[in-house]
Ligand binder design. Structure first.
Ligand code: 13P
Ligand code: SF4
Length: 348
């Protein structure tokens, strides 16, 4: 923004202070919080983005793993994959800007085929979504006829189109437990598949989970020793982990759940000190929203999520490149939507 008047400068100062009120308690790097000067730089973008957003009747959805200047500066909604897919299904905006990774923007497109869906980061991947192909899912179905196929939301639209029910980290165990079958196929998170078997056994609804795919590059690296070290250094700390972590990490935690689940745990808890083995963006959100509590993160960074910035969000809103616009074949949309609708129905 080019500053032409004292009035514009006053608006910028006001926006910088608004951001600083939210971000002043948030870690930007290990041991360093957001400064007023950094918030003032962000304010140039957030003022303009929020103005263009209104003019274009656009909505900005941001996953909690994106940076806090996006989450608090310009997002209309932020949250976990499930909450964002529900918001995408409900929006009346003409344009959906999805600050997240490609599979999330595809999900928004599947639920809103007639709307323009834009992702500032362009084709940002995900080690899980990239771990399985439609052909591999078809081969699994052929090898196990009649077995229901569940796909984690971290999968491509083409993979969702091959599956019966989509699940997210917030509902995966409940949906798997509700299914009458004793066997199911689950892609593409091998660690979540093992966590699912353990959780279903614990609930008294044991099932065999046939799994294929890979793991999340952020969550797979945590170990039980990370938790032991946190407990040694901070006696009484409550440790929260994501179900994309290894089973032995989940077993050593106080709580296992989605980003939304971890947030709800913190909101309800009388405890003041939390260790979080997940992506740093969630740590930042909790630092911003629960200023009376302390959060120790591991600075796990998803480089795909962090490809969304204020600068490319503004550029994408004004003039998206073809690589930032989600296009999907109508038959893929139709088939993938069934797996999402089945999820919404089974989550009621
Ligand atoms: P949530 O479903 O908790 O939003 O997680 C998505 C994700 O990519 C986790 O790594
Ligand atoms: Fe994918 Fe892991 Fe990044 Fe989530 S944190 S988007 S699962 S790579």
């Amino acid at each position: 923004m080019h500053i032409e008047s004292a009035e514009q400068q006053a608006l910028l100062d006001q926006e910088a202070h608004r951001l600083y009120g939210l971000l002043g308690s948030v870690s930007r790097a290990p041991g360093a919080k957001w400064t007023l000067a950094q918030c003032a730089q962000a304010a140039y973008y957030t003022l303009r983005i929020n103005q263009v957003k209104k003019e274009k009747n656009a909505v900005i959805l941001a996953h909690s793993y994106t940076t806090p200047d996006l989450v608090y500066g310009v997002a209309d909604f932020s949250g976990d994959s499930y909450a964002l897919s529900r918001k995408a299904a409900e929006t009346s905006a003409d344009i959906i800007v999805f600050a997240g990774v490609w599979f999330m923007a595809e999900t928004a497109k599947i639920l809103n085929p007639s709307k323009q869906v834009i992702i500032p980061a362009g084709p940002a991947g995900c080690t899980l979504a990239d771990a399985i192909t439609e052909e591999q899912v078809r081969a699994l179905k052929a090898a196990h006829p009649g077995v229901p196929v569940l796909c984690y939301v971290n999968s491509t639209a083409g993979v969702k189109a091959e599956c019966d029910i989509c699940v997210t980290s917030g509902n995966v165990f409940d949906i798997a437990a509700k299914l009458p079958q004793k066997e199911l196929i689950f892609v593409p998170d091998l660690l979540m598949a093992r966590n699912m078997e353990i959780e279903l056994q614990r609930r008294g609804t044991p099932k065999k989970v046939i799994a294929a795919g890979g793991s999340c590059c952020v969550h797979d690296k945590y170990t039980p020793e990370d938790i032991a070290a946190l407990r040694r250094k901070y006696p009484g700390i409550k440790v929260l982990v994501h179900p994309e972590c290894r089973p032995e990490v989940c077993a050593a935690a106080d709580y296992v759940g989605s980003t939304q689940g971890m947030t709800a745990y913190v909101a309800k808890s009388a405890d003041k000190l939390f260790g979080l083995l997940t992506e740093q963006g969630l740590v930042n959100r909790l630092e911003a929203e629960y200023k009376d509590k302390t959060f120790i993160g591991a600075f796990g960074i998803c480089s795909y999520m962090k490809q969304n910035t204020l600068s490319n969000t503004m550029q994408a809103l004004l003039n998206p490149s073809p690589a930032q616009i989600v296009e999907l074949a109508p038959d893929v949309i139709e088939r993938a939507r069934k797996s999402l609708q089945n999820m919404f129905e089974m989550s009621r």
